[in-house]
Design a protein around this ligand. Structure first.
Ligand SMILES: Cc1cc2nc3c(=O)[nH]c(=O)nc-3n(C[C@H](O)[C@H](O)[C@H](O)COP(=O)(O)O)c2cc1C
Length: 247
């Protein structure tokens, strides 16, 4: 088995899977157990994973995520959830009243779920499989909550495809290390640094300009603004108004 750093250095998102191939059940179980080994706030394990096995359901989720073909083609698809319903149920079961802390619920649950998801992804990659995170599940979060039957206190965070790669896409660039690592205090980038960041990330876009990607997602009228309203509503329904998952 490759050293962990080699697996990490070789990471690339895979969006084309061999539909004829399969993943042995024992490998899936290993991935899920490795997801569970992630660090977790106060031992609470504030996340859940839904393994999507029903193909019609997978098709619905692929459609909700903007018709992403790889969601269907991957051998496995998991939805990672922020989950405060379970901890609230545990408290209630033992006669305690669950607290109400919807902002922190989202923050800590999202950290726990992300760590578990990344653990699963690394385990899969170390076994030779390809992975793709799917943030597109945030396009229609209410519909997804209903499809998955999520109770109050539970919120979908991100999807993850795992499958046998049909090809290995090239490595995608990252920002210069000093753009993301600060020593002792935060140092806002100056114009030279900003220009260097665009240069480093240029290969990411077919146009050769990273701005095309940033604009599409993060500029006024972009994908994130369009997702924001649906997220705010579902967050209020699942975490804020619906309590932090009081059972
Ligand atoms: C939170 C998150 C959401 C993502 N959503 C999607 C997605 O919906 N569809 C997709 O094909 N890739 C998605 N990706 C993969 C990114 O596009 C990919 O990680 C990025 O372009 C860097 O490429 P690399 O992973 O090959 O290094 C997502 C990644 C993350 C971490």
């Amino acid at each position: 088995m490759k050293p962990c750093t080699e697996v990490m250095a070789d990471h690339r998102t895979v969006r084309a899977y061999d539909r004829e191939a399969s993943i042995p059940e024992a490998h899936v179980e290993t991935m899920l157990r490795m997801a569970q080994r992630a660090s977790t706030d106060a031992t609470a394990q504030l996340y859940s994973i839904v393994r999507i096995r029903d193909l019609e359901l997978r098709q619905r989720i692929a459609d909700l995520a903007g018709g992403q073909r790889h969601v269907l083609d991957a051998q496995e698809f998991f939805v990672f959830l922020v989950d405060f319903y379970r901890v609230s149920s545990l408290l209630t079961f033992r006669g305690e009243e669950p607290g109400h802390y919807p902002h922190l619920a989202f923050l800590f649950g999202a950290v726990d779920a992300s760590l578990a998801a990344q653990n699963l992804a690394l385990a899969a990659e170390s076994m030779g499989y390809g992975v793709a995170f799917i943030g597109g599940i945030q396009n229609h979060p209410r519909e997804l909550c209903d499809l998955l039957g999520l109770p109050p206190g539970v919120l979908p965070l991100v999807g993850l495809c795992v499958g046998v790669p049909r090809h290995r896409p090239p490595l995608r660039p990252r920002l210069p290390l000093d753009a993301v690592v600060h020593v002792d205090r935060y140092h806002p980038p100056d114009r030279t640094h900003l220009a260097a960041m665009f240069e480093a990330m240029a290969p990411i876009s077919s146009s050769g300009d990273w701005l095309d990607v940033l604009r599409r997602y993060f500029a006024r009228g972009g994908v994130m603004e369009r997702r924001e309203e649906a997220f705010r509503r579902v967050w209020e329904e699942q975490l804020k108004d619906g309590s932090t998952g009081r059972a």
